[in-house]
Ligand binder design. Structure first.
Ligand code: NAD
Length: 261
């Protein structure tokens, strides 16, 4: 168990990829702070299941990733409760699909806040403790859209490209302190985030649901399969392992070959 006696904060982990990462870290022995929105009973069920299945502590933070003060308070609470934040995963993210000329300004601001600026707030809060302890792992869930664009996703693509720049910069700053900083770039993973963009993509491209799934989503992925949340989580676990200690500033693709094309 490579994360025994360690603790992790995973943002946006009440659902999808973040929940899979939280569960994979717990399986490796880490105490976990999950974060995100949802029905209180669903969040409590996910939290309690992590404690029961893996025998670790699991807390939920309701911090809103659009709020720097709430992000700082979430990290402070995790440090107080667990004694440290050894691993940070910046995973919370939202999507919105619209032609640029109709893109709502407030939606642009929200996507940049949650998908990019939240990582800045969380990273700056965890770095002092990681440097002091001489060990840390910072991982961000970027996207194939950190490397290539798709039409109608201006804010998302801009934010994800930004996450790569933030990752490289902080990796250089903490390189001699035992702290690695990387991002993982999935292709399409079947989660609520993908499900929710199907109606808007149908409208903006004039396609049926099946056409969006086969001709837009899976068209990008040479394997013609969705990535699973567990496959993304396995890479996050690997980045925490001793074998990955020289990997830093990297952007790891898990996209069924999408960005090779
Ligand atoms: P999801 O919708 O299943 O989960 C998103 C999580 O973020 C949820 O827990 C939600 O409550 C939380 N969240 C949303 N707004 C928040 C806020 N303001 N404050 C706190 N938490 C908030 O989505 P997912 O597909 O699991 O996406 C997770 C990450 O993976 C995102 O960064 C996304 O961009 C990225 N990603 C997803 C895919 C995909 O195909 N699903 C592909 C590449 C990258």
């Amino acid at each position: 168990m490579i994360l025994k006696s360690k603790s992790a904060v995973v943002t946006g982990s009440t659902s999808g990829i973040g929940l899979a990462i939280a569960r994979a870290f717990a399986a490796q022995g880490a105490d976990i702070m999950i974060n995100g929105f949802g029905k209180p009973e669903d969040i409590e069920a996910a939290r309690a299941a992590i404690e029961a299945e893996f025998g670790v502590r699991c807390l939920h933070s309701p911090a809103d990733m659009t709020r720097g003060d709430e992000i700082a308070a979430m990290i402070a609470t995790a440090e107080k409760e667990f004694g440290a934040v050894d691993v940070l995963v910046n995973n919370a993210g939202i999507q919105f699909v619209s032609p640029i000329e109709d893109f709502p300004v407030e939606t642009w601001d929200k996507i940049i806040a949650i998908n990019l600026t939240a990582a800045f707030h969380a990273i700056r809060a965890v770095v002092p403790g990681m440097k002091a302890r001489g060990w840390g792992r910072i991982i961000s869930t970027a996207s194939a859209h950190s490397l290539v664009a798709s039409p109608f996703k201006a804010a998302y693509v801009a934010a994800k490209h930004g996450v790569v720049g933030l990752t490289k910069t902080v990796a250089l700053e903490v390189a001699t302190h035992g702290v690695t900083v990387n991002c993982i770039s999935p292709g399409y993973v079947w989660t609520p985030l993908v499900e929710n963009q199907i109606p808007a993509t149908m409208a903006s491209r004039g396609l049926s649901r099946e056409q969006v799934i086969n001709d837009v989503l899976l068209a990008a992925q040479p394997t013609k399969q969705f990535v699973t949340p567990e496959e993304v989580a396995a890479i996050a676990v690997f980045l925490c392992s001793p074998a990955a200690k020289q990997m830093t500033g990297a952007n790891l693709s898990v996209d069924g070959g999408w960005t090779a094309a």
